[in-house]
Write a protein that binds this ligand. Structure first.
Ligand code: PEP
Length: 249
């Protein structure tokens, strides 16, 4: 069965609650699609108003982060069950900005991925290499290490339902997109890694996005690649261009 494409916006630390609601209104008609799943991953404070603003549309809401504990003395954190109760369906885990600025390592991310599944959320697990790693020729080894460590204890059924975003760090927010060949090569390597950990059917089912300066001009070529099932979009998700990315065909 063909995998349905999924295009998710990562709003990062942008949009106050009222700006968020206005953006949902602006994008409402532009992101309509029957062929593509559309997700807005929004800052925690925007979740409640955005869930309300997209009611009755084809858009699902995602969080940009969560903590792995159920509840308690973890000041500033948000649990998976809080997200579910607020109407969130997806959660980005392991974005390179969280790995880098907030020192989130694969052991922590593995706990988050497992908790997300336990709560009924779909993780969008990010992986990606630095420019230095690419130049050293260790991109595929690095990605495989991230995927394997982050998925310890995750079942085949869970893995089949998740989303993995390959995001070369050097392409995020820089305007430098990976070439179609580079993006396809790594997304295929991610799928091969899933086949190795689980089986061919799980690898066929898992959806793999490319992320890194996706825009209205390059989305069609990227998304046409056999192992690229959509995109995780930062900057361009905050403007009308996002509609063109969703409707890339
Ligand atoms: C991202 O934040 O995941 C991302 C890919 O950002 P951008 O599209 O701006 O490069």
């Amino acid at each position: 069965m063909a995998r349905k494409k999924i295009v998710a916006g990562n709003w990062k630390m942008n949009m106050t609650p009222s700006q968020a609601v206005a953006l949902c209104e602006e994008l409402k008609d532009l992101v309509k699609s029957e062929d593509v799943d559309v997700v807005y991953c929004v800052p925690a404070i925007d979740i409640v108003p955005v869930v309300e603003a997209v009611k009755g549309t084809n858009v699902e809401v995602g969080a940009e982060n969560m903590y792995f504990e159920d509840k308690g003395a973890y000041t500033g954190e948000i649990s998976a069950s809080m997200l579910v109760d607020a109407g969130v369906k997806y959660v980005i885990i392991g974005h390179s900005e969280r790995r880098d600025y907030f020192k989130e390592d694969d052991c922590l991310l593995n706990k988050k991925v497992k908790k997300a599944f336990e709560a009924g959320l779909t993780p969008i697990l990010c992986c990606g290499e630095t420019l230095e790693q690419r130049e050293m020729g260790i991109t595929l080894d690095w990605i495989r290490m991230q995927i394997k460590s982050d998925l310890v204890g995750v079942t085949a059924e869970q893995a089949a339902s998740m989303v993995i975003a390959y995001e070369p760090i050097w392409a995020i927010g820089t305007g430098k997109t990976a070439t179609t060949e580079q993006a396809q090569e790594v997304c295929k390597a991610v799928r091969d890694c899933i086949a190795e950990i689980y089986d061919a059917a799980t690898a066929e089912a898992v959806r793999i996005q490319y992320g890194g300066s996706v825009n209205a001009a390059n989305a069609a070529e990227l998304f046409a690649q056999p192992d690229i099932d959509g995109g995780l979009v930062g900057g361009a998700s905050l403007k009308a261009d996002f509609g063109k990315i969703v409707n890339y065909k």
